[in-house]
Write a protein that binds this ligand. Sequence first.
Ligand SMILES: [Zn+2]
Length: 218
Amino acid sequence: MAIVGVGGLGAPAAAVLAASGASLALFDYDRVELSNLPRQPLFGTHDLGRPKVEVAAERIRATFPSTRVEARSCRIDETSARAVLEGMDVIVDATDGLPAKALLNQVALDLGTPLVHAGVLGLDGQLFTILPRRSACLRCLFHELPAEDDLPTCQQAGVLGPVVGAVGIAAAREALDIALGRPPRLADRLAILDGSRLRWREIGLGRDPACHACGDPA
Ligand SMILES: [Zn+2]
């Protein structure tokens, strides 16, 4: 399975998936920075400046030698995304930023690959699973994506390590179910973690027939 983004969401997800024996392909273009360390438990001060995927893969191989893990230090963009993600049984979206999430949504629809969407801002996390053209996609929820300038970034809003980690690990659980052929719990259900009260709640979703991304052609 593919984990796109090996930061606060993706590193804990990768760690627990590796422990369960899943084959992993880790995608991230970033290097380890000091500001990452409070919420990204696979990395330490001696890793500063190294590509995150390399460090993460190294740690996973050292702890779980029989787990297959591939480190891909590449930027996933409009031109590369389909080619590098083709053939994956499930994709975990552990990126930050709406443009990356919208791109992964579109790529998952194009490839017909299930996508577990995970995101955190401030003390709130959200998680749901997209089964292409069978359950609601990101664009069924947001017809028009807000302009990036209208949204606070993780740096502006802040994120709390344990909240991000909890959402990342819940995303891993969804991905594992899909990889094992079990029905995901969060297709057409949006799980929201209120990190200030440590409370999960769920909202039912449904596909929008008029969705620009997954809707039926007129
Ligand atoms: Zn849709």
